[in-house]
Design a protein around this ligand. Structure first.
Ligand code: SF4
Length: 317
């Protein structure tokens, strides 16, 4: 039964999104390494497949609620090749059309609007995000005060809070704990892309303020794998490129992880954002990408660097 699926069981059924790491050497001798876990994550790939499948039914138009993923290249391709358009609210989709929900999920209120408007709701919510909704509802039903650790304005967190009718608290940082009212029993769930160390710091602040804590680690295993690989790659690189949108939470977390490792890191969306001065005197460049960044964008960056970094540089003094 769906209700019994746990995070661990789901991990057993979700491929880890691993490719082979790419190693290339530029004519100037700079070694470029692309993380094996880069590329679309399983949840994003699933949402794209569902949208494309829905668009095959030409008897009604297909829309996505917000851009399906944080990647312009893919959003443009979906529009061009599959006639999939974007609306910003369920109310904007014409009655009877198909409306695809992103992997981040939505609050139940959006499903209700879709039902009232007779929309064919195609649920691209990542099953791992579904589990967070379910955990939050369970905690509330058992009488715990629900705290969601994550970014207040992120669609995933808005969806989780909506799943408990807004009856919970969102904590972004340890300092937020001080503003909470007195609490006895606190149930905690985490945004899927949270950095584990950050979650631990917030929970450490919560512990002395309540009698009991029940905590579900709902950080997605794909996120964990990516952050671990980014950290390792940053450790052996002179400079890191993190490829993804400034709105992509998991992309920003990858950048943070690399900076925490002490590696100079630049977030870029595509080759147009690259400054060749970053590579002056550098020997190893690491590249990782957010869960919405297609492998083709990373391949293009590798080709660009191999074409441009042609002159051997003097080693830094
Ligand atoms: S990062 Fe994890 S939770 Fe988010 S869509 Fe991908 S697999 Fe799902």
């Amino acid at each position: 039964m769906a209700e019994d699926i746990t995070h661990d069981q789901l991990e057993d059924h979700t491929p880890p999104s691993m490719h082979s790491a790419i190693l290339a050497t530029t004519p100037s001798g700079v070694v470029i390494e692309v993380a094996g876990s880069a590329g679309y994550c399983w949840g994003v790939e699933r949402a794209i497949d569902l949208a494309v499948e829905a668009s095959a039914n030409k008897s009604r138009p297909t829309f996505t609620l917000g851009e399906l993923i944080h990647n312009k290249l893919t959003v443009d391709r979906l529009e061009r090749e599959h006639d999939i358009h974007v609306v910003q609210a369920a109310e904007e989709a014409p009655e009877g059309s198909a409306l695809v929900v992103r992997a981040h999920g939505v609050p139940p209120q959006v499903r209700e609007v879709a039902r009232q408007r007779n929309l064919d709701l195609v649920d691209g919510t990542c099953p791992l995000v579904d589990i967070i909704h379910r955990r939050a509802r369970e905690l509330r039903a058992e009488g715990w005060t629900v705290c969601i650790l994550g970014q207040r304005t992120h669609p995933e967190v808005i969806g989780i809070l909506g799943s408990i009718d807004g009856e919970g608290f969102v904590l972004e940082k340890p300092e937020d704990v001080a503003a909470l009212p007195p609490l006895k029993r606190v149930g905690v769930v985490l945004q899927s892309t949270l950095i584990a160390e950050k979650a631990a710091k917030i929970i450490a602040e919560l512990v002395p303020r309540c009698r009991q804590i029940k905590h579900f680690n709902t950080i997605c295993h794909v996120t964990t794998e990516r952050q671990t690989e980014a950290k390792d790659l940053a450790h052996r690189s002179d400079v890191m490129l993190i490829v993804g949108s400034p709105h992509s939470s998991n992309t920003l977390k990858l950048e943070q992880v690399c900076r925490m490792e002490g590696c100079e890191s630049h977030r870029i969306e595509n080759v147009g954002d690259i400054d060749l001065a970053w590579f002056r005197g550098r020997k190893r460049v690491g590249i990782h990408g957010g869960a919405s960044t297609p492998r083709e964008t990373l391949d293009e960056i590798v080709r660009y660097l191999c074409d441009r970094l042609t002159e051997p540089e003097a080693a830094p003094v």
